[in-house]
Ligand binder design. Structure first.
Ligand code: 0GY
Length: 289
């Protein structure tokens, strides 16, 4: 099909950096395959198929052991493609679901049995029609034991979201650090606001992800490295890392996944930091049981 969008690199380079044994790509997605898992009628983009075989081949090419597959907005609240990928992973993938807030307890527990360990609340208006805070808050209060909330928002609504986030009674993982403007530098207004959020409680985690989305300077994403390395150094026990493959909506600036991996030692320069970010922290959140 010609109208479906490819947003990933066809031949990503081999990274120079080699991740430690057990490393987890803690933010990636699967798209379809559409013939088996149709996209949502409300999808805001129509991607080409990017299924489990591809994401697991990339995992091996980049030197990772495991994946956390995050339900992408193009699949709406039908998590079948995500669950299928987890089921095919031989225990090497877990997932984050997107659900209707009215989901029943048995359905939540079925997701747990399928490898889901968190729920994603997406606040990006270009990706979802609505993000009902009251209903999300109710759902956050009745998640299975050990689950967390993943929240995706842009920096300009962080202040407005603070009350909502403060009331979530389970750990919170923030996608892409809430999309700060990294050109402001490590002490810019966006990073300061994000640091206030992190300082407000000790169970807020973040993904040091998406230089390609956040740094308009492009590869090698120097502003991203300068802004994010101090955050990783200050919060080594609460940081995750992921490729974001297949890079939804990045078709105009497709990143080379090998180069994304080579960002790791620039934001986490020591083996100890790398082990925490790539192994210990994601295992704590996703493989505790
Ligand atoms: C990301 C970012 C994006 C897309 C989605 O669910 C999604 O469709 O998350 C985006 O377009 O910013 O984390 O993959």
């Amino acid at each position: 099909m010609t109208d479906r969008i490819v947003s990933w690199h066809s031949r990503p380079s081999a990274p120079r950096y080699r991740p430690p044994a057990g490393a987890v790509d803690a933010h990636c997605h699967v798209f379809g395959p559409q013939a088996q898992f149709p996209f949502s009628a409300k999808a805001k983009y129509l991607p080409a198929d990017a299924g489990p075989d591809q994401v697991f081949a990339l995992r091996d090419h980049l030197g990772f052991d495991r994946n956390v597959i995050v339900q992408a907005s193009c699949h709406g609240t039908d998590n079948a493609a995500t669950l299928d990928a987890i089921a095919r992973s031989q225990g090497r993938a877990r997932g984050v679901a997107v659900v209707d807030p009215a989901i029943s307890e048995p359905d939540l527990h079925a997701l747990h049995a399928g490898g889901i360990r968190g729920i994603r609340f997406n606040f990006l208006k270009r990706l979802v029609d609505d993000a009902p805070r009251d209903r999300f808050a109710d759902l956050a209060r009745r998640l299975p034991v050990g689950w967390h909330v993943v929240i995706y928002f842009e920096a300009d609504i962080l202040d407005d979201l603070r009350g909502f986030i403060d009331a979530i009674p389970v750990p919170v993982v923030v996608d892409h650090m809430g999309r700060p403007d990294v050109t402001q530098g490590p002490d810019g207004a966006d990073m300061r606001a994000f640091r206030r959020l992190l300082a407000s409680r000790d169970d807020i985690w973040f993904k040091a992800t998406c230089p390609d989305r956040l740094d308009p300077g492009g590869d090698p994403w120097n502003d991203f490295a300068a802004a994010v390395a101090p955050l990783v150094a200050d919060y080594p026990g609460r940081v995750l890392w992921g490729t974001d493959w297949p890079h939804p909506n990045m078709q105009d600036a497709i990143p080379d996944d090998g180069h994304l991996v080579d960002m790791i030692p620039r934001i986490a320069p020591t083996p100890e930091l790398q082990r925490q970010m790539l192994v210990d922290n994601p295992l704590t959140l996703y493989w505790a049981d």
